[in-house]
Design a protein around this ligand. Structure first.
Ligand code: ADP
Ligand code: MG
Length: 207
């Protein structure tokens, strides 16, 4: 993907602004099955990312991803900070290892997903952000090159969030609730969807 110089900044700005705009919803979701800090955690992290927007926009995409990852690790906190941080740092590392976009998009995204899984010792089906990230990875693998890939990623993410409702959490704070975690959207799945939708909407508007 030959990103226009201002496209990287637009993508990062949109992702951060959407997380911030949806912070109250993320908090409400985490109040139901966690400790109610996911919105505040993500807002703090993405405000820090926004504060570095000019520097990030001047970097190559792989370096920008790593800067975002490090910033999130330092500022988000909770379980989700190291997990999102790992995602972006691993994706940046993969891209730096001579991977090219869009051809290697699934591989780069997959490196991020693999890092979340390794760090969280988690798999899909455990009611976490992986329940959005893994289905999106599968869509990227299966449907690469399709003209409607952006729309397919967006709908995959939305449908995957809904599928976390009947799941019982077996990782993270929500797992302390046992069967009482059933019947709620997972906050991290929802924040992953917010981020993915922001990226999809921005790329689509620039096509
Ligand atoms: P905390 O649970 O420490 O309060 P947050 O509220 O910011 O942190 O983030 C909670 C989200 O993190 C969950 O909704 C879930 O999606 C994700 N999460 C928690 N533990 C794991 C894990 N082991 N693997 C993947 N994702 C996880
Ligand atoms: Mg929490």
């Amino acid at each position: 993907m030959s990103l226009q110089p201002d496209t990287l900044k637009s993508l990062v700005r949109a992702a951060a602004e959407q997380v911030i705009a949806n912070a109250a919803e993320l908090t409400a979701l985490d109040q139901a099955i966690g400790d109610g800090d996911h919105g505040a955690n993500m807002k703090r992290g993405f405000e820090a990312v926004l504060g570095k927007l000019d520097a990030i926009g001047a970097q190559s995409l792989d370096e920008a991803l790593k800067t975002i990852g490090k910033t999130l690790v330092m500022t988000v906190g909770g379980a989700s900070g190291p997990l999102y941080g790992s995602f972006f740092m691993a994706a940046g590392d993969a891209l730096g290892r001579s991977k090219k976009l869009p051809d290697d998009l699934a591989e780069v995204f997959g490196s991020g997903v693999g890092a979340v899984s390794a760090r969280g010792r988690s798999q899909p089906g455990e009611k976490t952000m992986l329940d959005v990230l893994v289905p999106v990875l599968e869509t990227l693998k299966a449907e690469a090159g399709r003209p409607d890939l952006i729309e397919r990623v967006r709908s995959t993410a939305s449908e995957a969030v809904a599928r976390t409702v009947p799941m019982q959490a077996t990782k993270g704070r929500a797992s302390y609730l046992g069967a009482r975690s059933i019947g709620h959207v997972d906050p991290g799945a929802r924040s992953s969807c917010v981020l993915l939708h922001a990226v999809c909407n921005t790329l689509e508007a620039r096509q």
